[in-house]
Write a protein that binds this ligand. Structure first.
Ligand SMILES: Nc1ncnc2c1ncn2[C@@H]1O[C@H](COP(=O)(O)OP(=O)(O)OP(=O)(O)O)[C@@H](O)[C@H]1O
Ligand SMILES: [Mg+2]
Length: 280
């Protein structure tokens, strides 16, 4: 029998995975399938039966009130947290399907899934360019990055990405001297230069003013041409500006999902948001 290509776990040792045959068949546009994920922390279910398909080259938002389980879901995708039940499957272009559940975090990064955490983690004493070199070359590149030992080709790759986040002219500035928004964009650029197929951003516009938030929205719309973007966010104006698809989580469950207009028109969504006095 011709079985689908599959790697990433050893099925007999992982009770969640029951075999290759269970790999879901899927729409060719799907890049990530979150299948019936539940996670309990000592009996408290932070997520219950969460089922979501993320399509390639879209900006897919996860929204919902505080404690809805948004960050936990990102933690599940990148294997920082193990689910109690369910699976996450990645469908890269031109490569084998990968069952992410059960893999190690660093292995998931190598598959082409990047994540930007909420707290900026740039090296403040290095320049924008040095931070980018470091990201491109990995930790082995620390020496090279300090002496700018980069090939023409690498420099070009870096400049192309910096252009996208409008930081090309800021290359020689110390990251510590950048404005808050610029630091966030540098971090996005540091993910992008690794050429991920999927990038996850947890509240990228937190702490930004209106103009910076809008610019972040434009950046997301630009980068989705090259990769799929998953975003957790509270700011509804930002969601309206940049979202192709929205999944609303509430108390660990999917309340509804679809395009932004359908989601906003949904009475249960309105009740959840209005009931809590609305989000920012
Ligand atoms: N490691 C953990 N142990 C116990 N409970 C946890 C753990 N991580 C998350 N939780 C709980 O799970 C629920 C969901 O948390 P999560 O951080 O995913 O919410 P969120 O939607 O990201 O919220 P916010 O908008 O405030 O960032 C919360 O009630 C939280 O207290
Ligand atoms: Mg969170």
């Amino acid at each position: 029998m011709n079985r689908p290509a599959f790697r990433g776990v050893k099925p007999p040792r992982n009770p969640i995975i029951t075999g290759v045959d269970l790999l879901p068949r899927t729409d060719p546009k799907t890049v990530l399938r979150i299948n019936d994920i539940s996670v309990s922390f000592d009996g408290f279910y932070a997520l219950t039966d969460v089922d979501v398909e993320v399509k390639r080259h879209t900006v897919h938002f996860f929204i919902g009130p505080n404690g809805a389980g948004k960050t936990t879901l990102l933690d599940i995708i990148c294997a920082k947290t193990k689910p109690t039940a369910g699976t996450v499957t990645f469908y890269p272009v031109g490569r084998e399907v990968v069952r992410l559940t059960g893999m190690k975090e660093h292995a998931i990064v190598r598959e082409g899934i990047g994540r930007k955490f909420q707290v900026p983690s740039v090296f403040v004493n290095l320049t924008v360019l040095e931070n980018m070199v470091l990201s491109l070359k990995g930790h082995k590149g620390i020496w090279d990055s300090i002496f700018h030992r980069v090939s023409e080709d690498e420099r070009e790759q870096i400049d192309t990405v910096l252009q996208k986040v409008d930081l090309r002219d800021r290359r020689e500035i110390k990251a510590g001297s950048l404005a808050h928004g610029e630091k966030q964009w540098l971090e996005i650029a540091m993910q992008l230069v690794q050429k991920p197929e999927l990038i996850m951003l947890d509240e990228p516009a937190a702490g930004m003013g209106k103009a910076e938030t809008e610019k972040t929205g434009e950046i997301l719309k630009e980068i989705k041409r090259e990769c799929t973007v998953i975003v957790v966010e509270h700011d509804m104006e930002f969601v309206k500006q940049a979202a192709d698809t929205v999944t609303v989580l509430h108390e660990g469950k999917v309340l509804t999902q679809g395009n932004i207009h359908d989601v906003l028109a949904d009475k249960t969504v309105q009740a959840v948001y209005l009931g809590r006095g609305g989000e920012r």
